[in-house]
Ligand binder design. Structure first.
Ligand code: PFF
Length: 480
């Protein structure tokens, strides 16, 4: 490729990767999963997975992007040629593109709820409201396909606008405004929760590690969450990595992304639980934690409507900086492969994902039951899409680890990692053995949730993958 795009500054990749990583996963999913799974024990497993599996795969994914310097699909196609491996490895790119497309479809709907709550808070209509009113408000939102579609449309259009403007004028420029603002807002919300909430109770809840509190299901969720929160296995990081300066340190950058992402999740968790405990509310409310429990807490606190509004702006900004990273890998592919202009490529990706998002919208109301998805898969369309991403994500991560661990040559990897010998060995051991084993474990545990006739289909994918891995291994063992 001639003159491939590179970020304007050496540090922009870090900004972009943090933007992708920090999102609904940190502010919404992490706190509610922690709340449902007994607090500290969940966090312990989550942190262990981030270190043993998340960071090595994060490094692997950036490496694949930076060495190929193309979108995930074309990049993997290129790497399979230069490394004389099976074409089947291109699956990494396709899985990533498919997951990005699926995730964006429901991510935008949930981000749309934050748009609704930003408005509700700032207009003061929730100030002083009682629990019943707030509960009814959320139910009303979920029962209104029109309203949800409106917010979904606004959110996805804004994301498309940013990506459509290009990686410099759109993504970089957007992130330079969004990310510092998010940081400031997070600190404001933390300060507010220290003053008005019960931060001691929140800290005890988050940092009391009692491993017996954690079910096997909780373990799996913690591992799944560590993937989701680092944006792994979806091509987003690979696509951004393709624009990363060759001078930036891969290891230091990956560690910083993981550190900031974890710190944001913990700070958000502290602030949210401080408010929840301060208001004497329940922690285990599931997905409603942010949209029902938290508004209840804000409703009874001084300036709650204002700070609540600012909090939901934080959620929106974080979601926006993540959703653009879901559009980029697919849009870049369409530009590279079909010579489309960037606006055309973004429009195609976003319209397709928007349309699929309508399935999530109706899953909460008119299609809440009795659909073909319920008949075939025993779940709503939204839950089915989520399940698919829960399968694709670890599968993508597994293949990325295997490819980077076994197919990339020793000299290539050593160069990418900056020539630290011990670290090279540790990293290679983690991506070759530990990460694949851990991911395979999560994956096998997810399978029982899947209906019978899916198992042969997934089995076939795994066999093809194993075959490709085997061939690569054989080919690679002959090379330095
Ligand atoms: N990491 C994002 C979050 O925690 O909200 C979600 C996400 C964004 C996942 C981009 C995957 C991705 F490619």
């Amino acid at each position: 490729m001639s003159g491939h795009n590179v970020w304007t500054h050496k540090g922009t990749f870090l900004l972009a990767a943090v933007g992708s990583a920090v999102g609904l996963g940190n502010l919404w999913r992490f706190p509610y999963l922690t709340g449902e799974n007994g607090g500290g024990a969940f966090i312990l497993v989550y942190a262990l997975t981030i270190f043993a599996v998340g960071i090595p795969i994060l490094i692997a994914e950036i490496m694949l992007g930076r060495t190929s310097r193309q979108s995930p699909i074309m990049g993997m196609r290129h790497l399979t040629k230069t490394h004389q491996t099976s074409r089947a490895w291109e699956t990494i790119g396709w899985l990533g593109a498919a997951s990005a497309f699926l995730i964006l479809s429901f991510y935008s709907v949930v981000a749309g709820w934050s748009l609704h709550y930003t408005w509700q808070m700032l207009s003061g209509s929730l100030a002083g409201a009682d629990a019943e009113t707030i509960n009814a408000g959320f139910s009303h939102l979920l029962a209104s396909p029109g309203l949800m579609t409106l917010y979904h449309t606004l959110f996805i259009a804004l994301s498309a606008l940013i990506v459509g403007l290009g990686i410099h004028k759109g993504i970089e420029a957007g992130l330079r405004i969004i990310m510092p603002a998010l940081f400031v807002i997070l600190l404001v919300v933390l300060g507010y929760s220290v003053v008005n909430g019960d931060i001691g109770a929140a800290a005890r809840f988050l940092f009391t590690f009692n491993i017996a509190d954690l079910s096997l299901e909780g373990w799996l969720q913690a591992m799944g969450q560590s993937f989701f929160t680092l944006s792994l296995g979806m091509g987003a990081i690979m696509a951004y990595g393709a624009y990363m300066s060759s001078d930036a340190s891969l290891t230091r950058t990956a560690l910083s992304v993981a550190f900031v992402d974890t710190a944001v999740a913990l700070v958000a968790g502290l602030a949210i639980f401080a408010l929840v405990f301060g208001a004497g509310l329940e922690t285990g409310q599931g997905p409603g934690l942010m949209f029902v429990t938290l508004p209840m807490a804000f409703a009874e606190m001084p300036f709650g409507a204002l700070v609540g509004g600012v909090f939901f702006i934080l959620v929106l900004g974080a979601a926006l900086s993540s959703s653009i990273s879901l559009i980029e890998p697919v849009a870049a592919f369409l530009v590279e492969r079909f010579d489309l202009t960037r606006p055309q490529a973004v429009t195609i990706m976003v319209i397709a994902s928007w349309t699929l998002g309508l399935l999530t919208v109706v899953s909460f109301n008119v299609w809440a039951e009795g659909t073909i998805f319920h008949a075939l898969f025993g779940r709503s369309a939204f839950e089915f899409i989520e399940l698919l991403t829960n399968i694709f994500m670890p599968l993508g991560g597994l293949l990325i680890a295997l490819f980077a661990g076994w197919a990339l040559t020793q000299s290539e990897v050593a160069k990418e990692l900056g020539g630290h010998d011990t670290w090279f060995r540790v990293w290679r051991f983690l991506v070759r053995f530990i990460a694949p084993a851990a991911v395979a474990f999560v994956f096998l545990r997810t399978l029982p949730q899947v209906e019978g006739y899916w198992i042969p289909a997934i089995g076939a994918v795994v066999i093809v993958g194993a075959f490709a891995a085997g061939r690569t291994f054989m080919a690679n063992s002959a090379r330095p």
